[in-house]
Design a protein around this ligand. Sequence first.
Ligand code: 5AD
Ligand code: SF4
Length: 440
Amino acid sequence: MSPSAAEQRQPRVYMETYGCQMNIADSQTVAAVLRRAGYAAAERPEDADVILLNTCAIREHAEERVLGRLSDLARLKHRRPDIRLGLLGCMAQHNRASLVEKAPHLDLVAGPDSYRRLPEMIGRAGFDPAVDVRLDRAETYADITPEHDGSVRAYVTAMRGCDKFCAFCVVPYVRGRERSVAPEDLLREIRELAQRGVREVILLGQTVNAYRFGDVDFGALLRMVARVDGIERIRFTSPHPSDMTERMIEAMASEPKVQPYLHLPVQSGSNRMLAAMERGYTVEQYLALVERLRAAIAGLALSTDIIVGFHGEELSDHERTLALIRSVGYDQAFTFKYSLREHTRAFRLGDTVSEEEKGRRLAEVIALQESISLERNRAAVGNLFPVLVEGPARRGEGMLAGKTPQFKTAIFPARGARPGDIVNVRIESATAHTLVGSIA
Ligand code: 5AD
Ligand code: SF4
């Protein structure tokens, strides 16, 4: 289809998103800001007047990927010098001006609190790049309704920033201080999403359960969101173990819409490492929390984040991490080699574990977790789960995919079911990552 005359006049923007769910949600906010300013979306960089990469700074590898992508795009810009090339997000904030030296073809660099000013920055970008990496303690973009992709699930940013300052983590430096979105703004956005066919919301925040606006805490917020008609399922990510309150556990246990799945990052199973990481809890406290959660919330699934090879990690610490993984029995784990990040408290301590040894420890953690995931998924065989249908499965003709309440992917023959339906699926077989079954 050829674009209409009006569309042809509209400048087009192409965007790529790296990193976490917060960035996906931020890109939807950026898309809304630019649409308001008269931009249309381009599907491919070749069709765009403006190319934006929304980036992640959490590990060095994430930054390297973006720098590689930028040099591909520089070639495109070489052919079409009128293209505006911009870098957004955490890496913009982390590297600031030095980015302009590393990537001289950039026209603009905007940190996570500068998206409102993007139209102006794109317009202003000339010989010198426009750089705006001011952090703003108050910015929540509460009045901007993010663009939604039309799927049955939507991310909704409930709070931004982080005040925890774990020793390894760059997030507090690149995303700034903790701030929560007013409940009425969140509820307005969620009601609109429900009207557009969204059935599941995932409330987002770097430490989402630190949410507080006036006297509304996270437990109260969960109960308010549960009152929104049309929203069938509520999830959130990521909670911090230290901010887990009784009120929030009660809300999870008693609100049927709040799904029995928690991503509860532990990082390490060694108290010595947890103290060095400044995580604010011990292994014993974490395990007691897991026990409380499992006692309160029926059918609870748990996942976690693990870092291997942090400064000073000995084999005995690593063994403790393996032991913790075994004793919790996570459904899933996201595992990372420690990556030294400038600005963080641990940066000056340097690395004590070699890349090779980090790789070995990582492989061990992954192999252990794979076996536990498989075991836990196999235990689901024969059982019936209500699955929210998302759409066609990636593989298998006529197969649909969706999530169980425990956030496990289930695939099954369609039999007339449609995205947005909740169907009961009996599980017939399982791998470490997928459940396969039929609608009962
Ligand atoms: N190196 C490796 N992993 C990290 N994470 C955060 N900072 C680092 C780092 N410097 C991991 C943590 C966090 C997840 C989002 O990323 O496990 O929970
Ligand atoms: Fe980073 Fe710790 Fe904040 Fe999570 S809680 S974003 S790991 S500083």
